[in-house]
Design a protein around this ligand. Structure first.
Ligand code: ATP
Length: 157
């Protein structure tokens, strides 16, 4: 599979009964789609990099009861003509901080909100330390935390 082009071009595909409706965004190793099955809406992250997907799936499973990470639903391997596609079904979160910041007229996040974000980020770090991730997170990784906004925090362990 051409990693640069096709991973961002999966709209219309069905994964585990979820229809990929819209590309939300893409990161260093995958693309995230807003997906639905009936009235249920989730996020599906797709990648061809098996190890990275398995790492993220394992981290989300370990943090399943942590209120600062998206709920984990499934990991799926789909054989396509271009190779094996790895996907993670997870809770659909709101927009990320940068999107929110750019959408407000003053292009900045106000102090009371920043304080709350900092508190949530620290709580996530605390939770991740409580559920040791060293065996599965061996380098710089990102986790989604916080609802209803998506905050990305790089954990270097
Ligand atoms: N569960 C989710 N619900 C809604 N949006 C999400 C979800 N997970 C990721 N996103 C969004 O999808 C986009 C791509 O996320 P992804 O995790 O692939 O990469 P990233 O964290 O932005 O970058 P990198 O992987 O390089 O750290 C980001 O805008 C992110 O906010």
């Amino acid at each position: 599979m051409n990693r640069v082009v096709t991973i961002k071009d999966l709209v219309g595909m069905d994964i585990r009964g979820f229809h990929l409706n819209r590309l939300i965004g893409a990161g260093s190793y995958g693309a995230v789609y807003e997906s639905s099955s009936g009235s249920e809406r989730i996020a599906v992250k797709a990648s061809v990099r098996e190890w990275d997907v398995l790492n993220e799936a394992a981290a989300l499973q370990r943090l399943f009861y942590c209120q600062y990470t998206p709920q984990y639903y499934f990991h799926e391997e789909t054989t396509t003509p271009d190779g094996i596609l790895h996907t993670i079904g997870q809770e659909l979160l709101g927009p990320d901080l940068e999107t929110i910041r750019r959408s407000v007229p003053w292009q900045a996040i106000k102090r009371p909100t920043l304080v709350r974000i900092a508190w949530q980020a620290l709580s996530c770090l605390e939770a991740s330390l409580f559920h040791p991730l060293q065996p599965i997170v061996s380098q710089s990784r990102s986790l989604t935390l916080g609802w209803p906004i998506t905050i990305w925090m790089t954990m270097v362990i």
